[in-house]
Design a protein around this ligand. Sequence first.
Ligand code: UT7
Length: 343
Amino acid sequence: MRNAYISGTGSYVPENVVTNDDLNAIYGLETDDAWIQKRTGIKARRYADVGVRTSDLALIASRHAIEAAGLQPSDIGMILFASLSQDHVFPGGGCYLQEKLGLCEGAGATFAPAMDIRTQCSGFVYGLGTAAAMVQSGAVEHVLLVGAELHSAGLDLTKRGRTVAALFGDGAGAVVVSATDEDRGIRYWKCGADGRHADQLAQKIWDTAQRPFIPTDAEGNGIVKPEMLWANMNGRLVFKNAVERMSFGLIAACQDQGITGEDIDLYCFHQANMRINQYVAQTLGIPEEKLVHNIDRYGNTTAATIPLLLDEAARDGTLKPGMKVACVAFGSGFTWGAAIIDW
Ligand code: UT7
C-alpha cells in the first residue's frame, strides 16, 4: 500500500517583532495591548521588511522542509502554494517559488508543476489532501506544500481597519509530502465550503462586474475606495462558524477513523484567535497539554499557521514519530478542513 507521509517540515518568520504596543507606538494604530490580548490572545506578530515578497518567505521555509526530508529541490515533483497574499495578482506565487528554488536552470531544471491554493486559512489542509492524493495515486513521489503570507503589506492601520489589522502577521511554513510503503502518514482528510458566507470575510480590490474592473480617473489611474482596498470581516459570524465547523470537523474525523479524541496525541488548530481554539478545546474536552499554539507570538498567519505549528513541534521534540496528529482549520469562503496524520 502506497501511503503519503510528511517527510520534512520547515518554517520561517521575519525577524521584526511587532508587539501590540508597537502597533500603536510605531504604526499609529489606535489600539491597546489589553484589548487585543483579551479578545484574541495575540501578544505580537512579525512584519517583513519592505522589498520582501511572500515567495521569499516561502522559499526559506521550503528550503528547510526539503533539507529536513533529506532531499534536494530537484526531487520535488510538484509545488502547492497556499496563500491569500500572493506576490502579485497573477501569476501565482508557486511559479515564483519554483524559479527561486532553482527548478528552471542548470542541473536541477525539472520544471516541476506549481499550483496555487486559494482557500485562505484552510489552504494548508486543502493542500494536504491534494498532496496526499497526488502521492498515493503514484503521480508524484514528493510534493512541496507551503503556506505563506505577507499580511503586513495589506493592513489598514487606521482606526477604520483596526479590528482586522490587529489580528494578522507574516510567516511561512512548509512540508514535504512523500510516498512510503510504511504503515503511516496522512490517514484522513475532509474539507468543506459554504459560499453563502463568501462576502463575510473578503478583500475585493476589484470587481469584474464593473467596467473597467477598477474605476479609473481621467489619467487612467485606478481608483480603489477603502471599502474595496482593505479586507472586510464580520468578526462575530466568523467566530461562531469557526467554533462550529472546527468542532464538527474533528468529531467527523474521529468517527471516520474509529477513534476518540483521547487517541489523538497532538492537536494543531488553525491560529485565528486563541478564544476560538479554547472554545473548541473546551467543547470537545481536549486537555491543554495536547494543543500547540503560536498565535500569541505570530498572530494569524492564515495558510501558514498549521505548517508553522508542525515545524516548531517537530523541531522542539513535541511531535515525535508514531504520534497521531489532528489538524483543523477554518477561514474565509467560508472554508474548513480537518486531517489526521500518523506521524
Ligand atoms: O482566520 C479567520 C480570521 N478571522 C477570525 O477568526 C476572527 C474571528 N472573530 C474574532 O476573533 C472577533 O470578532 C474579533 C477579535 C476580531 C473582534 O472581537 P469583537 O468582540 O467581535 O469586537 P467588535 O468588532 O464587535 O468590536 C468591539 C469594540 C468596538 O468598539 P465600540 O464600537 O464597542 O466602541 C471596536 O471599535 O472593540 C473595538 N475594537 C478595538 N479596540 C481596540 C475593534 N478592534 C480594536 C482594536 N483595538 N484593535
